[in-house]
Design a protein around this ligand. Structure first.
Ligand code: ADP
Ligand code: MG
Length: 568
């Protein structure tokens, strides 16, 4: 036709598609979950925009998803009456694979199927999973509010090119026709589709409809009737009693809200009653997203009011240091027309936020303290993936500082491994009877920390020192002055006063030798002039002849280096 436009995906598209088909094939049924998940998101978007513009409903207010199949044409069709897409939105959302960060994506690939499958999920190629089972996909859509002649048809065989065509579309929303591959005939079966939907998409709150099957006595087989039936429970999972929700249902719901392919690490589901009523279902992912430290990283929870979807990424519901948490909050008290602006001011939201923080910290604590090996492993995974982010909480969340500090883990001179394993409580339990402070050193790498001359005296005396080498650590210790009544002390700062850890004998020698070496120190100061503030005789070294220290109130050497490298 005349108005058909041919367009190409980015160069990497073909490779990506191949990889996806290959790595997800063993679990190919998930394509339906992805397409249903998108249809459900599209309905959520319509509901949200519909709050301020009811005309978008176009006299078709009952949001739903329809699944049909046709054995003759070997097609499977997923139809929704959600928000739909404009031509430009089709190009931006469907015509662009892996959106931002395609290069990072390819760099991150490991060749390990399970890991790569997870990455594919993160890069938002959910829609393309259709090509696992289809050799041609035809998507026809019209955005709510646009007139009928503004329909758009997108078609592709998934081989690097697609076509775009302007078409007439009467009904708002999106219809996706999958032309199934030769060996995917088993999908053209009502029972099979039912079971896939029940398994992966039961939690979807819209009805997912299929034509009812009736037994044909003459042909001795099932045939499709004209009557619709709802295949899923179509009730919000979080409103059901916990005892009636299976682990698998919790996990599938997570994959939908988090756009993740992997099951979550842990979750908590709670209903709060009293002055305020709300339900929370919060998840910790198993892996950190690649953009966790990106300023634009979307964060926050999905917000519902009385089971009506209000908004995605309601960032007001969680502080930045818990930005990796996914899930939903459903409030019974907020007004349905609540906006982001209203959320900023709302006292109700402040309470819900405090409640969410409590629940999340409680969940992490339960992983940390539970003796069971499985939970211990989960905590270790949690710390590896999100520990650096949690550390931000020490500065950000004064109220919960002590609770967060209890969860911190460090590398230590008393722990063989290079993993951050040691808690402040463990450190304190191992302190010498005369020891009053928690000693640490910051450095811009583990090797640098381990070989610091400042450690010599501590090694000699058998005193444990925490080795802090994450970028965030300077910030951490600048905000955490004490824990459990013990102050934190950098071993690289000022006059190191070991307090009661120094014995009388040592003190005497110290006084005598300070006098003897003072003259040398003064000479050295003259030579070095403005390069140093002072030259002092020290007893903290046992092997190295000299080391640099910063003044008690000055920036540490490491922080200075960090700021310099950041161009400050
Ligand atoms: P994700 O859902 O993680 O954003 P997908 O690849 O599943 O990634 O979908 C890409 C985008 O295409 C969606 O974000 C959405 O903007 C658009 N999209 C896909 N399916 C639909 C649909 N049925 N209705 C409206 N928009 C859709
Ligand atoms: Mg999706």
């Amino acid at each position: 036709a005349e108005n058909v436009e041919h367009m190409s995906f980015q160069a990497e598209a073909k490779q990506l598609m191949k990889l996806m088909i290959h790595s997800l094939y063993s679990n190919k049924e998930i394509f339906l979950r992805e397409l249903i998940s998108n249809a459900s998101d599209a309905a959520d978007k319509l509901r949200f925009e519909g709050l301020s513009d009811a005309a978008l409903y176009e006299n078709d207010p009952d949001l739903k998803i329809q699944i049909t199949f046709d054995k003759e044409t070997r097609t499977l069709t997923i139809t929704d009456n959600g928000i739909g897409m404009s031509r430009q939105e089709v190009i931006d959302n469907i015509g662009t694979i892996a959106k931002s960060g395609t290069r990072e994506f390819f760099n991150a690939l490991t060749g390990d199927q399970a890991k790569d499958a997870h990455l594919i999920g993160q890069f938002g190629v959910g829609f393309y999973s259709a090509f696992i089972v289809a050799d041609k996909v035809s998507l026809t859509t019209r955005r709510a509010g646009l007139t009928h002649e503004h329909g758009v048809r997108w078609e592709s065989t998934g081989e690097g090119e697609y076509t775009l065509e302007t078409v007439e579309k009467h009904n708002r929303g999106t219809e996706i026709v999958l032309h199934l591959r030769e060996d995917e005939t088993d999908l053209l079966d009502g029972h099979k589709l039912h079971s896939i939907i029940r398994r992966y998409s039961d939690h979807i709150t819209l009805p997912i409809l299929m034509k009812k099957q009736v037994w044909d006595e003459e042909k001795k087989s099932y045939k499709l009737s004209d009557e619709d039936e709802t295949v899923n429970q179509a009730s919000a999972i979080w409103t059901r009693p916990k005892s009636e929700i299976t682990q698998e249902q919790y996990e599938e719901f997570y994959k939908h809200v988090a756009h993740d392919f992997e099951p979550p690490l842990a979750y908590v589901h709670a209903k709060v009653e009293g002055k305020q009523e709300y339900t929370q279902l919060l998840y910790i992912p198993t892996r950190a997203p690649f953009d966790l430290f990106d300023r634009d990283h979307r964060h926050g929870l999905k917000l519902y009011v009385k089971r009506v979807f209000i908004m995605d990424d309601a960032e007001k519901l969680l502080p930045a240091y818990l930005r990796f948490i996914r899930g939903i909050v459903d409030s019974n008290d907020l007004p349905l027309n609540v906006s982001r602006e209203i959320l900023q001011e709302s006292k109700d939201i402040d309470n819900i936020r405090a409640g969410c923080i409590k629940k999340v910290l409680g969940l992490i604590e339960s992983l940390a303290t539970n003796e069971e090996k499985a939970d211990q492993d989960k905590f270790r995974t949690f710390w590896r993936e999100f520990g650096q982010v949690l550390k931000e909480g020490i500065a950000e969340d004064f109220t919960n500082r002590e609770r967060i500090a209890k969860l911190l883990r460090f590398i230590s001179t008393f722990d063989e491994s290079d993993e951050q394993n040691v808690s402040l409580d463990e450190y304190i339990a191992r302190m010498k009877p005369e020891q009053e402070k928690i000693y640490y050193i910051t450095a811009d790498g583990l090797k640098a920390a381990q070989s610091s001359p400042h450690l010599e005296i501590f090694r000699k005396k058998g005193i444990e020192v925490l080795l802090l080498c994450d970028r965030i650590d300077e910030w951490l210790v600048a905000n955490l002055h004490e824990y459990s009544g013990k102050s934190l002390q950098s071993i690289a700062k000022g006059d190191l006063d070991l307090g009661k850890l120094e014995d009388e004998e040592e003190k005497k020698i110290k006084e005598k030798e300070t006098g003897e070496f003072q003259e040398l120190a003064t000479k050295m100061k003259e030579v070095l002039q403005d390069h140093v503030k002072d030259v002092r005789v020290t007893f903290r070294l046992t092997e190295s002849p000299a080391c640099l220290v910063s003044d008690t109130h000055d920036m540490s050497g490491n922080l200075e280096r960090l700021l310099k490298s950041a161009g400050q």
